[in-house]
Design a protein around this ligand. Structure first.
Ligand SMILES: C[S@@+](CC[C@H](N)C(=O)[O-])C[C@H]1O[C@@H](n2cnc3c(N)ncnc32)[C@H](O)[C@@H]1O
Length: 268
């Protein structure tokens, strides 16, 4: 079959890549009881592996041209469900409405919106195993230093991210410009950070802290209207140096710091 890959849909497929597909199945600890949500099945390379193992696979694909190919391959499989829609428009209450594990080689051009959508629907999404651009995985999963960004913190607020393995670009058809990585996000079952600092306050603070990556945390937090003295006093209470940049702070440092500002004499 001569399928013409569409760049606008981020179509780089893992066709005939048993080694990578087996590894995805292994590290995602896919088991018979799982319900899987696969975003962007493409021609169904990963889908076939999933269907052989799990209870059910819900696939969401945007490209109408792939519908026929997917139905021809898997329509007779009782555990296969195909939703032809933009994943960003899927109403999880209506279309998913059960606990799912996400296992997918997602379209990279909407990596952050997809992660946000899954986090928003976390009452249905238990664990996320996704392939993304290598640099993006490095940023999201970074525990320390320069790679840390607002994106890192916005995932850490809801769950724990882990870099699993690298997939060189040559494994894909057509070959893209960048290497890929497979990573996981295990969403917290409790609201460990949300219960301590609400979402709006957390992001306001984190955005300010990263507003100028070359500046230290004191200068960046001043943009929220705090005086240097108050910022330095609160950092000192947490044994954090004034010279630190936002990238040097852990999520726990951020949460503690925000609480100090909230409970101090300044309102956040
Ligand atoms: C990187 S390819 C992966 C294909 C397949 N999983 C594989 O590994 O061979 C991304 C897939 O996502 C689909 N896609 C792109 N944008 C989408 C969207 N907004 N909603 C759902 N699927 C989308 C593409 O058509 C394509 O099939």
């Amino acid at each position: 079959m001569n399928f013409k890959h569409k760049k606008k849909f981020g179509q780089n497929f893992l066709t005939n890549q048993d080694e990578v597909l087996n590894k995805i199945i292994e590290v995602s600890s896919v088991n018979a009881n799982d319900s899987i949500l696969e975003i962007g099945p493409g021609e169904g390379a990963l889908t076939g592996y999933l269907l052989d193992i799990v209870n059910d696979v819900i696939c969401v694909e945007i490209d109408k041209e792939l519908e026929k190919i997917l139905l021809k391959k898997y329509n007779t499989r009782k555990n296969f469900k195909l939703i032809m829609q933009d994943i960003l428009k899927v109403d999880f209450d209506k279309e998913i409405s059960k606990k799912v594990k996400v296992v997918a080689n997602i379209p990279y051009y909407i990596t952050s919106p997809i992660i946000n959508k899954l986090i928003e629907n976390r009452k249905y999404v238990e664990e996320i195993y996704i392939m993304v651009q290598k640099e993006v995985a490095e940023r999201i999963c970074s525990k320390k230093g320069k790679n840390r960004s607002i994106l890192t913190l916005s995932v850490e607020y809801f769950g724990e991210a882990e870099y699993l393995f690298t997939i060189p670009k040559e494994y894909f058809t057509p070959v893209p410009k960048v290497d890929s990585a497979f990573m996981s996000i295990k969403l917290y079952k409790d609201n460990r950070y949300l219960d301590r600092v609400d979402e709006k306050t957390f992001f306001r603070f984190v955005k300010a802290a990263f507003s100028n990556k070359r500046k230290n945390i004191v200068n960046n937090l001043k943009t929220l209207g705090y005086s240097r003295e108050i910022i330095e006093k609160n950092l000192e209470k947490l044994y954090l140096s004034n010279n630190l940049r936002a990238e040097n702070l852990s999520i726990d440092n951020f949460i503690d710091l925000i609480i100090l500002f909230k409970n101090g004499d300044v309102n956040v």
